[in-house]
Structure formats: structure tokens, C-alpha cells
Design a protein around this ligand. Structure first.
Ligand SMILES: NC(=O)c1ccc[n+]([C@@H]2O[C@H](COP(=O)([O-])OP(=O)(O)OC[C@H]3O[C@@H](n4cnc5c(N)ncnc54)[C@H](OP(=O)(O)O)[C@@H]3O)[C@@H](O)[C@H]2O)c1
Length: 327
């Protein structure tokens, strides 16, 4: 492996768990810099995304579901961005110094809440558009999940009408922009006045506050014959009510993790899915981002040592994403 002088240091700072638990289990530790295999790259991490699912992983619920045996210290962080510090011997696509972003769920090498992360080269990409390092860091999982939902699960076509439920959240605000780029008419159900303002700024044809009144009335006005499709990122009674505005023969998609799981009205197809993470889809995402102005909304940025506060902030109303800045 080709190594930079930086990577020749042997240890790094990381936020790691010695056991699964609450936010207080997240502690700064000095850990070995991960070694890379032939098909991996080492990234000097400058920012990490804080995923809505990170608390579940922190509590040990992922390993429960997947039946995997965790290794401690356990470093969280599915999403991140930074600079290539070293490339494995079979990697030709990257060179030292490239600015990249990437995602790897429950990475056995350790996640992005660290100064260095080793990921499969296939899961990394040059940063598209004019995104800042924080924007790139929070982007991959939610954007790939949005795109998987829109194209693969819903098969969204240009000219169709789409409801995005949770349109000011991580997946939602990206899905809204991607759907506009795919030629859809977008009805955005966002959270709060600030969420509605963001959704309008990002190009929603109509945006309403899903925590306010008259969502269904606004939906009927927007699509009198019902919407063709819906992408749902938050569950609950209000979600079920809003979904009654999907037309017969329409389609609903929601990523696994949305709770309570939404039900579909009669004669509407519904599918739970996982976002995909593969080179062709990452290229597609980058191309869509590069085709015009694209905003990745980072609501709050915390320092690495403030990871516990960042997790607590996930429970408070916020727009878009939360990031960690790593020096
Ligand atoms: N399976 C997969 O591949 C995959 C991948 C990524 C994420 N996920 C899961 O998908 C879910 C969504 O992820 P995310 O990153 O988009 O989470 P998120 O950022 O928390 O987004 C959910 C959004 O829904 C909003 N919301 C809640 N109730 C609402 C209502 N009545 N009206 C309008 N908006 C409402 C929330 O607003 P507030 O700020 O008001 O709460 C929040 O902005 C999570 O469960 C996550 O774990 C799954």
C-alpha cells in the first residue's frame, strides 16, 4: 500500500464505544489507524454525517438484527468525507489527496467518527458539485436511499406527481430535489414553518407543514385525482391520513426504519426497502447533483468530541442533516 506521512502515524482520535449504550457511551479514544486491504482506501476524515439510525447502532440494535458479533472499541459513523491518505494495491480510481465522500454501514474497520476510516473503494467517490466537506459527509446514505426509493422502488417518471412525507428531513430534502430533477411534480410535507420554507426554496411545487392543519385539503387541491406516488420518511397517524391522497393504482415506498410502519390505502402498492450503495448508483447520484444547483442542508455541526451532543440533537427539531467536524 502507498502511504502518506500522515498515515504513517499509528494512532488516531476516534469516538468509540466500549459497550453499547446511551449517548454517554460515546467517548474520545486513541485507537490504531485502520489497515487497508487491497480493494480499500484510507480516508483522512474531515467530517462525518450523523445518521438518524446512529443511535440504534449505538444501542447495539443493528448487531442484534444482523446477528453479527461486534468488536470493541466500536467506532460509529456510516457517512463521511475527507482526503485519500492511502490506496490499496488493487485500487486504480483514486490517488492520495483526492477529495472524496463515502458510506459503509457497520464497517468492520470502524466508522467515520474518527480521524481516519478505511472503506471499500467501491463505496467512495470524488465529491460532486460545489459541496462543502460537511455537505459531502452527510450526503451519501440519505441521498442513495432517496434515489433508490424514487427510481428503483417507485419507478418515478417525468410528469408524475409525488408526495414526499418528511420533506425537510435528511432523506426528504434530498429526495425532493432529486424528484424535481427527474421531472416530477412534488408535494412536500415538511416539518414546521422553517421546514416549509426550506422545501419551497429547494423547489417543491407545493409545501405544507405536516404538523399543522389542512394537509389533506392542500393535498386534494394539489392533486384532485390523487398522487401517483409517495416517498415516506416518517410514520404515524398523520402519515396514514396523508397517504389517503394517493390515487388507486399508485405506489408508496418507505425505507426500513420508518416507524410506525405506514399502511397503504386500498389498491395502492406499498414497499419497504433499503437504500443501495454501489458504484453505478453513486455515479448516477453525482450526475444528478452535477446537473444544477443542489443544496445539502447541514443544520448543525458539532466537533468530534461533541458526538454525544450531536446524538441528542437528533431528537430535537432540525432540518436536513447534522454533521461532525473532525480536525
Ligand atoms: N433502510 C435504509 O436504507 C435507510 C437509510 C437511511 C435512513 N433510514 C431510516 O429512514 C428514516 C428517515 O431517515 P431520515 O434520515 O430522513 O430521518 P430524519 O432526518 O429524522 O427525517 C424525518 C423527518 O420527518 C419529519 N417529520 C416527522 N413527523 C412529521 C410530520 N407529521 N410532518 C412532516 N414532517 C414530519 C421530521 O421532522 P422533525 O424535525 O419535526 O422531527 C424529520 O425532518 C429513519 O428511520 C432512518 O433510520 C433507512
Amino acid at each position: 500500500m502507498a502511504q502518506t506521512s500522515q498515515a504513517k502515524a499509528h494512532t488516531m482520535q476516534a469516538v468509540a464505544l466500549d459497550k453499547f449504550g446511551g449517548p454517554e457511551a460515546l467517548e474520545i479514544q486513541n485507537l490504531p489507524i485502520p489497515e487497508i486491504e487491497a480493494e480499500e482506501v484510507l480516508i483522512r476524515v474531515e467530517a462525518a454525517g450523523v445518521g438518524a439510525w446512529d443511535p440504534y447502532e449505538r444501542e447495539g440494535r443493528f448487531v442484534e438484527i444482523t446477528g453479527t458479533k461486534p468488536t470493541f472499541p466500536y467506532v460509529l459513523g456510516t457517512d463521511g468525507a475527507g482526503t485519500i491518505a492511502a490506496v490499496g494495491k488493487d485500487v486504480n480510481r483514486f490517488k492520495e489527496g483526492d477529495r472524496v465522500y463515502g458510506a459503509e454501514l457497520a464497517n468492520p474497520n470502524g466508522g467515520f467518527y474518527a480521524q481516519y476510516a478505511a472503506v471499500k473503494a467501491d463505496n467512495a467517490s470524488l465529491i460532486p458539485g460545489k459541496l462543502t466537506i460537511e455537505q459531502a459527509a452527510v450526503l451519501p446514505t440519505d441521498a442513495l436511499t432517496a434515489l433508490t426509493g424514487l427510481e428503483k422502488v417507485l419507478g418515478l417518471k417525468s410528469g408524475e406527481s409525488l408526495m414526499v412525507y418528511g420533506a425537510s428531513g435528511g432523506i426528504g430534502h434530498l429526495a425532493l430535489q432529486l424528484a424535481k430533477r427527474l421531472g416530477a411534480k412534488v408535494f412536500a410535507i415538511a416539518s414546521g414553518d422553517d421546514g416549509v420554507k426550506l422545501a419551497k426554496k429547494l423547489g417543491a411545487d407545493v409545501a405544507v407543514d405536516g404538523r399543522g392543519d389542512n394537509v389533506l385539503e392542500a393535498a386534494r387541491n394539489c392533486a384532485p385525482n390523487g398522487f401517483d406516488a409517495a416517498l415516506v420518511t416518517a410514520g404515524g397517524e398523520r402519515t396514514v391520513e396523508a397517504l389517503s391522497a394517493i390515487r388507486k393504482g399508485g405506489r408508496i415506498a418507505y425505507p426500513h426504519g420508518v416507524m410506525p410502519e405506514p399502511n397503504a390505502p386500498e389498491h395502492v402498492a406499498i414497499e419497504a426497502y433499503d437504500g443501495e450503495n454501489k458504484p453505478a448508483l453513486i455515479n448516477r447520484l453525482n450526475a444528478l447533483i452535477n446537473s444544477g444547483p443542489f443544496e445539502v442542508h447541514v443544520d448543525r455541526t458539532f466537533r468530534l468530541e461533541e458526538a454525544a451532543q450531536a446524538h441528542e440533537a437528533l431528537n430535537e427539531h432540525h432540518l436536513g442533516k447534522i454533521a461532525l467536524r473532525i480536525e
